[in-house]
Design a protein around this ligand. Structure first.
Ligand code: PXG
Length: 291
């Protein structure tokens, strides 16, 4: 495995960064997760745009143009001979002194890891996933806006720990005032009477790229789809619930807090959207060739 750090590819064992990098010391940095399907990078420009927006929001200058970063991303897939894969782009504030002051970090560090990812075991995609609601609320947007995909994921990790402690793989997080927000690395959709609903971004969630793709597919297929405030009650009485994310793709939820959702099996609309999503990943994206 070859890992890109600041313009050079290193073997995995040699891919190292300084202990004084503020990405490590303070979680000061941003990241993206991107997927490639059969030689096509899905929504590459959208991910690069979001990375630059996350960086802008924390006043971090990415020392590379979007075009060059796209080239480096594709090069990473090529170097690793990956036709299918997951790309983790990380930009940290860089090496600095001890102390928060980002001015002490002269150069941002750019890391590109191209590998595989399996967020949940494969069987859950057919059988559906069991999840729990957790007490840890999503970050307050006024404190650290969840739209920033920052290296500070402790909020979500705490929720994930609660899920694991409850014997399931994923957690549904709420906003500080008790509305459904999102999961630890996925957005959430509810289906009720043939209509789709998903929480609005202003509530304090990541505006997932898969989320946006699913909204588009749903509307194209004439399923009404709205951004709406949802409560725990709406989850419990839903006909179907599913999660979306680059790593997770589209995954049905069949139980929340030990309560069966709908029939307790992956629903018809969820399955249709999963099919449509996979069909889209096969035909859309930035094409590249592998040696
Ligand atoms: N919400 C959160 C909090 C996320 O981190 C999503 C939703 C889905 O967004 P996209 O744009 O991917 O549809 C995410 C995605 C990783 C990793 O380790 C990253 C995410 C999820 C899981 C793993 O790179 N972020």
């Amino acid at each position: 495995m070859k890992i890109y750090i600041d313009g050079i590819f290193y073997d995995k064992k040699d891919a190292k960064i300084s202990v004084l990098d503020h990405g490590l010391l303070y979680g000061d940095g941003v990241f993206e997760g991107i997927r490639a399907y059969n030689g096509l990078v899905f929504k590459l420009e959208e991910h690069i745009d979001r990375l630059f927006e996350s960086a802008k929001s924390i006043m971090l200058t990415i020392p590379m143009t979007k075009k060059k970063l796209i080239e480096a991303t594709i090069l990473s897939l090529r170097e690793n001979g990956l036709k299918n894969g997951y790309i983790r782009l990380v930009v940290t504030r860089g090496v600095g002194d001890l102390g928060l002051d980002p001015r002490k970090c002269r150069n941002a560090t750019i890391i590109i890891i191209a590998d595989k990812i399996a967020l949940y075991p494969k069987t859950f995609y057919q059988k559906g996933l069991e999840v729990v609601t957790v007490a840890t609320p999503r970050n307050l947007p006024e404190a650290l806006n969840p739209q920033i995909k920052s290296l500070n994921y402790l909020n979500n990790i705490l929720a994930k720990v609660s899920a694991i402690n409850s014997g399931v793989e994923e957690a549904i997080m709420f906003s500080w005032d008790g509305h459904v927000a999102e999961c630890t690395g996925d957005n959430i959709f509810v289906v009720k009477n043939g209509e789709l609903c998903t929480p609005p971004v202003y509530l304090g969630i990541l505006n997932g790229i898969t989320r946006q793709v699913i909204i588009g597919i749903a509307r194209k297929n004439k399923f009404p789809c709205t951004e709406k405030i949802l409560t725990r009650h709406d989850l419990f009485i839903a006909d179907e619930v599913f999660l979306t994310g680059t790593a997770a793709e589209v995954i049905p939820v069949i139980k929340i807090d030990s309560r069966p959702i709908g029939t307790g099996k992956p629903g018809r609309i969820t399955r249709e959207l999963m099919r449509e999503f996979h069909a889209l990943t096969k035909k859309e994206g930035v094409r590249y060739s592998v040696k």
